[in-house]
Design a protein around this ligand. Sequence first.
Ligand code: UDP
Ligand code: MG
Length: 314
Amino acid sequence: MVFLSIVIPCFNEEESVGIFLEEIQKTLTDCDYEIIYINDGSTDNTLNKIKDLSNENNNVKFISFSRNFGKEAAIFAGLKFAKGDYITLMDADLQHPPSLLPQMLNTLQNEDCDIVAARRVSRKGEPKLKSFFSHGFYKFFNRISKMNLIDGATDYRTMTRQVADSILELNEYNRFSKGLFEWVGFETRWIEYENVERAAGETTWSFWGLLHYSVEGIVAFTTAPLSISILLGTVFSAIAFIYMIIIIVKYLLYSDPVQGFATIMCAVLFLGGIQLLSIGALGTYLGKTYKETKNRPIFIVKETNIESEEYEAG
Ligand code: UDP
Ligand code: MG
């Protein structure tokens, strides 16, 4: 029989963790499994709730971070500590229906694939503006990078140990899971489902949070914005050159004095803007590189009930 590890990042999910476990127990009746809750620096009672669950149930493990390191870090930690032959990533809020799990396992065991991932076919219940920006992001990202992210793909996926190990090898600090999964390759099957609303609690994603996350994704997977500066620079130099010739010719042939305070202002401001934008893009990459070179750990564990050589070793 296969052994499944289910990794659940939790940030202030005190109301959800219990319901989540019940649902999993109902769904997984003929399979050995462990549930790994990762408490990502919650400020509510999540940790105690998880500890209680782990005391009552031997299948429940937990890892508690020393502060909030973000969902991506929690996923990384979960993959690292998971012992299963298969590993599932899931949200705590039941937006990832546990009812898909048996189908995922079945597909993984019987078909020739390494990852089974869930894809939302509707964004019902989600603010219109959020859907609009999400769709836009996928289009933009796929266009400027060589990747092909699937619109609506979620982090809800079940993978083989081999895939998890490959993801762990990508130990960069700036993590963008959707891209990492695409980057490591392997054969992915998609299961489609309708969007489900949160069981309890509130989403922690704000508009600015998502925008920041999108920039992280782009910076992590393509240097296209840097090439765009070069392109813009070339285009504007060419325009300036042509304009210069026109002015010289006009002056020599028609003795037409050069006029135009407005033209100069426009040109200066416009180019100044583009220069700042380009420096900004450059700086963003430099900043990310700076962060990577510091080589800081992706997460710090404060407490866990998982025995692991790696953890003991520090
Ligand atoms: N999460 C986390 N750390 C964070 C933010 C979120 O571990 O800093 C977890 C959260 O508890 C949930 C999952 O990531 O299990 C998805 O978060 P959320 O439901 O807020 O995002 P949404 O479903 O709205 O995209
Ligand atoms: Mg959610």
